[in-house]
Each structure stands twice: as C-alpha cells, then as structure tokens.
Design a protein around this ligand. Sequence first.
Ligand SMILES: C[C@](O)(CO)[C@H](O)COP(=O)(O)OP(=O)(O)OC[C@H]1O[C@@H](n2ccc(N)nc2=O)[C@H](O)[C@@H]1O
Ligand SMILES: Nc1ncnc2c1ncn2[C@@H]1O[C@H](COP(=O)(O)OP(=O)(O)OP(=O)(O)O)[C@@H](O)[C@H]1O
Length: 306
Amino acid sequence: MRGRPPPRASRNRERAGVTADARWSETGFAKINLALHVRRRRDDGYHDIETLFAFCDDGDVLQAAPADAVTLSLTGPFAAGLDGGGDNLVLRAAQALKDASGYVGGAALTLDKRLPVASGIGGGSADAAATLRLLNRMWRLDWPAARLAELALPLGADIPACVHSHALRGEGIGEKLRRDPGMDALAGVPVLLVNPLIGVSTADVFRGWDRRDRGPLATGDALFVAASGRNDLMPPARAQVPEIAQVLETLGACAGTALVRMSGSGATCFALFEDKIWRDRAEAHICAAQDGWWTLATKLRAESGV
Ligand SMILES: C[C@](O)(CO)[C@H](O)COP(=O)(O)OP(=O)(O)OC[C@H]1O[C@@H](n2ccc(N)nc2=O)[C@H](O)[C@@H]1O
Ligand SMILES: Nc1ncnc2c1ncn2[C@@H]1O[C@H](COP(=O)(O)OP(=O)(O)OP(=O)(O)O)[C@@H](O)[C@H]1O
C-alpha cells in the first residue's frame, strides 16, 4: 500500500523552515511489566513468557517533519548514551514501514531521549512503536494497529505491545496480546519508576534464568493478577546488578504502596501507589537520599486507539 503525501499545510510549513509541527509528535510511552513469568526456553533461544504489560503516561518524545529521506537527531538527557545511526530502533522501524508500505519520501525525525537506555522499561521498543504510529499518520498509510504490531515484531519482542501502549496480557515471546476485562481499573494508578542508572542487557538476564518454570500468571482482575504474580527475571538481574535489591528495599519501605517490583529485565523498579500524594512523597524522599538514581513520577495509561 502506498501512502499519500503529507497534507499541504505541513509541506508549506516545512518550506518556511518550521520543522516542529504539533501534529507530528508521538510519545514513546514507558512500559512496565506488572508481572513477568518466564515459562520455557525455546529452541530458537527466545523464551515463552506470560506478562501483564502496562504503560505510563510519560516517555521519550518523537517529532517528525516531512522530508525526502529518513533521518534522526537525538536530544534530551539520555541522548549521549545512544547511537543515532542506522542501528537505532527509530530508524529501523521507519525503514521497515517505508519498505513494507512502498511510501515514497521520508521524515526528519527528532527523538527527545528522556528514558534511561537498557533499563527494562522498553525505551527502544517504545521509540520504535512511536515511530510506527507517527509515520503511519504522517504518511497517511492508515494501517490498523495490529498490522503495525506484526511489522514490528522482528525488531523486538516488546514492540507489538508498545504499538498499543495500554494494559495488555502478553504471551508467546510477548507478541500474543489480549485485553482482559478489568484492565480499565489500572488507568490512572499513580506509579513511581526508580532506576539506579546501571544498564542491563536483556539477553544476558534471560541467559541467567534458572530454567525453572514457577507456574502461570493468574487470570481475573488485573490488580489481582499483578499482585499475585512475580518477575522471574529479577533474580538473574539482581545477580548482575546488586543495586536492584537496594532499589526494591527503598521502594518497599515507602508508605502507601500497592505493589513494588522490578520491570522487564531491569534494572528499573516500580511502585504502584494508592494515592499520588504517597507517590510524590516517596519520590522526594528517594531523590534526597540517592543522588545517582533516576526517578519518574507518573501514572498508568488508559486504553486509547492508534
Ligand atoms: C524482558 C521484556 O522486556 C519483557 O517485556 C521482553 O521480553 C524483552 O523484549 P525486547 O527487549 O524487545 O527483546 P528483544 O530485543 O526481542 O530480544 C533481546 C534478547 O532478549 C532475549 N529474549 C527476549 C524476549 C523473549 N521473550 N525471550 C528472550 O529470550 C533474547 O535473547 C533476545 O536476543
Ligand atoms: N531508540 C533507542 N532507545 C534505546 N535503546 C535503543 C534505541 N535504539 C536502539 N537501542 C538499543 O537497544 C538496546 C536496549 O535498549 P532499551 O532501552 O530498549 O532496553 P530495555 O529498556 O531494557 O528494553 P526492554 O524492557 O524492552 O528489554 C540498547 O542497548 C540500545 O543500544
């Protein structure tokens, strides 16, 4: 399918030298695994998982302007730790969409990198998904979310969930996605993310899993599923980054928490709070006590279309 050229107004603005157009902006929403059960190592080296994905209201910010070629510039607090070249997931996602759609043209992309890199909250996956959502609109492709998610899977197991960016149950390697009744209750829940600013390799952490299947994720009410679940990647991640234990202990000692756990392959840990006042108090306390830790006070996202 070929996309239509961008609307005249934005082409005119581009000629006038205005590159940022509010319409051509998307957030790469931070991902949290409220629970993550690793069930089996597969023959292809990947693992079958059962996870409850949730997404935060904040994340990296991607902007685009119509252009002849696909290019990427990086800004923001975590831009320095990232290569903006062809390996960047933003460029890989843009190229995959261009190739698959046959779109003639490009996009000048700017990524404001606000999430720490290699931190278990899907930064690169969220950016790739934001790229697909943004270019799908700007290039007028009108692909449904499920088609974008299918295109994205070869780029990363988390990207299909990030295309949707709302609470979902994930199975397979994370690509079999289902919205269960009761997930609406997660929307708006106050959450605090804390990262000790030590990068973790997802592949290394999966490799450190002890291959013991500890059983399935529950079904039913989303908060119950989360609370009764585990993160099976926490022990191998903690073996590589002992600071994770300290982050979990610090969050666990805060008042007003409903759930404290590590996300993904770490090292980011999160706490869900009963009220945003408790969340903000916890963040203030942690920032005062730990100079080198990154925090983000946010809330869980509601379901919304692409
Ligand atoms: C840990 C999670 O973040 C939980 O949502 C994901 O399972 C990882 O998703 P991701 O970072 O998008 O993963 P990918 O970029 O596809 O894979 C990175 C590496 O993690 C390992 N990997 C990933 C996903 C999975 N289900 N099993 C795996 O074993 C593989 O060694 C793979 O080479
Ligand atoms: N736009 C991007 N943002 C972050 N990392 C990227 C990006 N593009 C490519 N990468 C590469 O992807 C690797 C994983 O980074 P990312 O931040 O996605 O990890 P993560 O948060 O642990 O992800 P997940 O939770 O999906 O395992 C990094 O080592 C980085 O080099």
